[in-house]
Design a binder for this molecule. Structure first.
Ligand code: FAD
Ligand code: NAD
Length: 396
């Protein structure tokens, strides 16, 4: 009998943790595991708002895959997935390679959800990868340089963050810290700089705890962020944004943090999706395929009340850990238990030394929240790269 082939698409939280689980548990020749990823590195998506604002480096959020994966046990392919043919059990890469598999794990992450809002795709940035955040950081700085050469253009100093979910809030926290530095470096009067965080729903962080929302908004307001709540963005142009209220904000920088959907490759490959995400069963199977598993932001799972779990790193990691065990159990004809997610809480950073969140039922604020977030980051980095990686990346 030939060695079974397990193919993992994407080395994000879900895909990488699955691969590491298999690397640890599989015996020699029990299966041939291949991991395909666009880049030779994994990135810590949960920190991307920092290099986007320029408060940390892209180097800091990047983890080279050969430092965490044993390339003798996992066959790594740097490649871009173009399509999946589940009925043929093959995957096609952009360079024309066709990979076959017996078992497939899809962990291709997310894309910005633009809800068809005119001009967003063309004119707004989004915080989605190392390359994307490099562009945001450089663009923000360039706007300060441009303003100094044409002080009539105050729109160069106007920044719109569209959406006050966790990504928007965390990014505003960093931008609030970065703007004073840029003002000093470029000799710009801080009063001329405007940062708007615009939210369609009646509150920032819709559905989150009201005390924590108030705390976050208060911290960010003190950092100079102006909120426009209950104010949907209707259109984005080269000149700025048009709001549902009819107001136009002239801004040379629009960063869209209005939500995500699953990677469009999954839908294009014929899987049934809701907002780009595959509604998987309790074993993380894609419907109709007992050899195809979906993890992370591409997967949609529901809580016991029938509400979808939000796409988070927390759940993605748990799914990866689950598959790392259940795929081995399946190969060995052992009992495979269903996946049971466990929500541990949500913690958001609000810039230097500030944060807030909920751990279990306990609300945490300020430096306590920062410490707890660091502890959770340490745990993740330890999981993927041991003590060395954790201590290298997390500043205590
Ligand atoms: P990802 O981690 O996005 O990885 C997808 C991988 O697939 C990447 O390596 C990518 O390069 C690769 N890939 C994509 N397309 C292709 C292709 N065509 N071919 C080959 N490879 C491809 N969640 C939390 O729980 N806590 C937080 O504090 C938190 N903070 C966040 C902060 C920010 C700024 C953002 C943007 C998100 C945050 N999230 C947080 C959400 C969390 O990051 C995501 O839910 C998580 O990254 C999803 O993991 P994933 O494995 O599905 O995909
Ligand atoms: P989100 O969907 O959580 O938030 C998007 C926000 O944009 C919403 O509040 C929505 O009402 C708003 N919005 C949508 N359309 C709009 C419009 N036309 N005009 C203005 N506002 C509009 O998306 P996100 O913040 O990118 O987060 C994505 C996922 O990642 C979520 O599951 C989130 O929990 C997770 N995440 C977690 C953390 C953390 O735990 N610290 C940080 C970032 C992201």
């Amino acid at each position: 009998m030939s060695t079974p082939k397990i193919l993992i698409l994407g080395a994000g939280y879900g895909g990488l943790v699955t691969a590491l689980g298999l690397q640890r548990k599989l015996n020699y020749n029990e299966a041939e595991v291949t991991l395909v990823n666009k880049h030779t590195y994994h990135f810590i998506t949960t920190w991307l708002h920092e290099p986007a604002a320029g408060t940390s480096s892209t180097e800091h959020v990047r983890v080279e895959l050969d430092k965490v994966i044993d390339m003798k046990k996992i066959n790594f392919i740097k490649g871009t997935v173009e399509s999946i043919q589940p009925d043929d059990r093959t995957v096609t890469l952009a360079d024309g390679q066709v990979l076959s598999y017996d078992t497939l794990v899809i962990g291709l992450g997310s894309e910005p959800e633009t809800f068809g809002i005119e001009g967003l795709k063309e004119n707004a940035f989004s915080i989605r990868s190392i390359n994307a955040v490099r562009q945001i950081r450089d663009h923000i700085e360039y706007m300060f340089a441009k303003y100094k050469n044409d002080p009539s253009r105050t729109d160069y100093l106007t920044f719109v963050v569209g959406g006050a979910g966790f990504t928007g809030i965390e990014f505003c926290g960093e931008l609030g810290d970065r703007i004073p530095e840029l003002c000093e470096e470029y000799d710009v009067d801080p009063d001329l700089v405007k940062v708007y965080n615009i939210e369609a729903a009646p509150t920032a962080l819709p559905g989150f705890d009201p005390d924590l929302i108030d705390y976050a908004m208060d911290v960010l307001t003190r950092k100079g962020i102006e909120f426009k709540i209950n104010t949907p963005i209707k259109q984005c142009t080269k000149e700025g944004v048009l709001l549902a209220t009819g107001e136009e904000i002239k801004a040379a920088t629009v960063i869209w943090t209005g939500g995500v959907r699953g990677n469009s490759i999954v839908e294009k490959s014929g899987f049934e999706v809701m907002r780009g995400r595959v509604k998987v069963d309790e074993y993380l199977h894609a419907p109709g395929y007992d050899n195809v598993y979906v993890v992370g932001d591409c997967a949609l799972i529901f809580n016991p009340e029938g509400r979808p779990y939000p796409p988070t790193a927390q759940i993605s990691v748990q799914e990866g850990e689950y598959l790392g065990e259940s795929l081995v159990a399946k190969l060995r004809d052992e009992v495979v238990y269903p996946f049971k997610p466990e929500l541990l809480g949500s913690l958001a950073s609000l810039g230097k030394g500030e944060g807030m969140g909920k751990v279990g039922n306990k609300k945490v604020y300020g430096s306590t929240a920062v410490l707890m977030k660091k502890a959770s980051d340490l745990r993740y980095l330890y999981k993927i790269g041991g003590v060395g990686l954790a201590l290298k990346k997390v500043k205590l």
